[in-house]
Design a binder for this molecule. Structure first.
Ligand SMILES: Nc1nc2c(ncn2[C@@H]2O[C@H](COP(=O)(O)OP(=O)(O)OP(=O)(O)O)[C@@H](O)[C@H]2O)c(=O)[nH]1
Ligand SMILES: [Mg+2]
Length: 251
């Protein structure tokens, strides 16, 4: 039977099926499977510029520890703000860098117990958990639940530096001797670098042999230096100095 001979409804259906087949054929040739996934994801369900990471990236659990008043809570406030501003700027297709935020002047209160903060940096979900200094004997029990540890060290007062250094050594030793699977990433952040009395961070790093400790830790797990498994970073939770660098390393 010719097309003319077919009932109208059947003809229309055949046309539609042929059209759909042609469209698929063209789309198949034009679009690689990767592009197709990106197109699907860019439908806008997930908000940000490259949402595939938000969908496929697992949340990273980050433990934030350090002595009393080291600046852990203020660091988390600044991290939250930096993530929000960066996301907004990206959405507005403004700029990707955040250089000009005013210093954070909010007052923090000593953390009793545990404080959780979640945010997203470049579509990587991050879950921070600050465990207050009062719980320092229990820090090792939190190691298991995280992939990364940020140890905050206050470098504004030289007399306060020796205590945390011992904590860092015992933490690294504990992690090296534990049998848990994947090695944890470690950032030792030298905070309050904005304070006039702050020790020269290179001096602190050398004095406490922090870089050597990080290198030994990385080597212990058979990883090259370039893996940046353990890093030392000068920051200021107040001015935001190097917060973006820390977030880049974390994500
Ligand atoms: N100038 C300056 N002050 C800071 C910085 N980071 C923290 N502070 C101040 O140090 C004090 C303690 O900061 P927190 O963030 O509460 O310290 P913490 O480590 O969370 O303290 P605990 O929860 O008690 O263990 C606050 O008065 C902060 O404003 C910094 O980078 N520069
Ligand atoms: Mg706190």
């Amino acid at each position: 039977m010719t097309d003319q001979g077919k009932p109208a409804l059947q003809r229309q259906t055949t046309n539609l099926i042929e059209k759909a087949a042609r469209f698929n054929d063209i789309s198949e040739k034009k679009t690689s499977s990767r592009d197709k996934r990106a197109n699907f994801l860019s439908l806008g369900f997930f908000g940000e510029g490259n949402p595939s990471r938000a969908l496929f990236n697992q949340t990273k659990n980050i433990l934030v520890i350090g002595c009393k008043n080291a600046g852990k809570s203020l660091l988390l406030r600044n991290i939250s703000r930096t993530c929000e501003v960066r996301t907004l700027r990206k959405l507005n297709k403004n700029q990707n860098t955040i250089n000009s935020l005013p210093a954070l002047t909010i007052q923090t209160v000593p953390t009793i117990g545990v404080e959780n903060v979640t945010c997203t940096f470049d579509n990587q979900p991050l879950a921070f958990r600050e465990v207050g200094s009062q719980l320092s004997p229990m820090w090792p029990s939190y190691f298991e639940q995280c992939s990364t540890i940020v140890f905050v060290l206050d470098v504004s007062n030289y007399s306060k530096i020796a205590g945390p250094a011992t904590e860092i050594m015992s933490m690294l030793h504990g992690l090296m001797t534990s049998q848990s699977g994947k090695p944890k990433s470690i950032a030792i952040v030298l905070n309050k670098s904005d304070v006039a009395s702050a020790e020269d961070v290179e001096k602190v790093t050398t004095f406490l042999r922090l870089q050597e400790l990080c290198d030994a830790y990385t080597k212990h797990f058979g990883l090259p230096e370039e893996s940046h498994l353990a890093i030392v970073l000068e920051i200021s939770s107040s001015t935001g100095y190097n917060i973006q660098e820390l977030l880049t390393w974390l994500s």
